[in-house]
Design a protein around this ligand. Sequence first.
Ligand code: UD1
Length: 417
Amino acid sequence: MSKLIIEGRRRLSGKVEVQGAKNSALPILAATLLTGDSSVIHNCPDLTDVKSTLNILRYMGCYVKQDVNTVFVDSREADKCDIPDELMHAMRSSIIFLGPLIARFGCAKLTYPGGCELGPRPIDLHLMALRLLGVEISEQHGVIECSAPHGLHGAKIALSFPSVGATENIMLAACVADGTTIITNAAREPEICDLADCLNSFGARISGAGEGTVIIDGVESLRGTMHTIIPDRIAAATYMAAAAATGGSVIVDRIIPSHLNSIIPIFEESGCTVTQKGNSILLDAPSRLDAVNFIRTMPFPGFPTDAQPPIMAMLSTAKGTGIFVENIFENRYKHVCGLERMGARIHLEGKVAVVEGVPELYGARVAATDLRGGAALVVAGLCAHGITEISDVNFIERGYENIELALTEIGASIKRL
Ligand code: UD1
């Protein structure tokens, strides 16, 4: 298994181009199943989670071709409505196939996505919503079997929490249901809008995406077409954190700055100057950052939970003390152990982390424990004295396309062994 070796304390400067959004790519690739046609998806990041998604499509009988960042999917011959356990377990997000499978074949059989490194990730909201759309569901020994004997019909669905995955699964199933579906308290993340835009270009009739209420007028069928995935706002935040942690000056390019509206003020509060220009941001950092008093993770448009680990790493050497409150996932402080090993001073109490800035971090041997936690260790390694060796890089590869190349191009000393 590969490792990242980082020699820290190099000031980052130059321009980094941001990949397409992982969290858009996965539901959009699942959506291609609905078309029974061929679709071309551009700006698709080359990640292991994307490869796992393509493997599921292949298993179902789709013809799939990946050419760097363009993916071609022909789902005409797809004929399987089950997903084997090993494919389900390759990626937690495989649950996103539930809606498309039922919508296309009237049935689905898959296993629970299983344990997750961020703590328990139940799918009760997905199942509740599908039941309202007319799906009969039985769950036994970790296997979920679904059928829609009378087809899917529109429904009013009120989510008790604006779950991203549940909102997406409902949109995917309801766009070809009979009648209108209204989701209230829907997730508002940019990736929800991207999925809606993609489905609409396939012929769906979805309005209100990005607002609390999404209205889906079911249509007979969809057709394949072309879609370009939005930039990855979390990868952008990670590169900004890396630049800021090293006192750098970096242009983060090919982004949609408004998607970073809750993140940019954190950088400004820490003493960075952030200048927006078109689809890029210039971040100029002081030699030492100021602590940020209070960061609470929230559903969009709040501060994203996925940006919490890299930004915590960045602030671990800030002047002063700051508080993080993690409101989305129970187990999202696993990177703290690695940061402490590198000299950070962080006190954890349930969902609260108190980060007492230290003057310096020191390179150490650490292991990635999850995707964004792994990115946090990279940020820490970039600003630490000496060599940092990060193992279990496979977690990082799930969400960052060639992270070592992107960082090398802006002056980092980082290589993969
Ligand atoms: C998606 C993102 C992930 C991000 C998260 C929150 C993808 C592929 N992943 O994950 O990167 O961190 O949104 O922004 O897009 N919950 C339930 N029951 C459910 C569903 C969710 O209780 O049926 C809870 C979860 O346990 C969690 C919270 O809701 O505590 C948020 O989950 P959700 O918004 O569904 O996140 P994901 O779609 O899994």
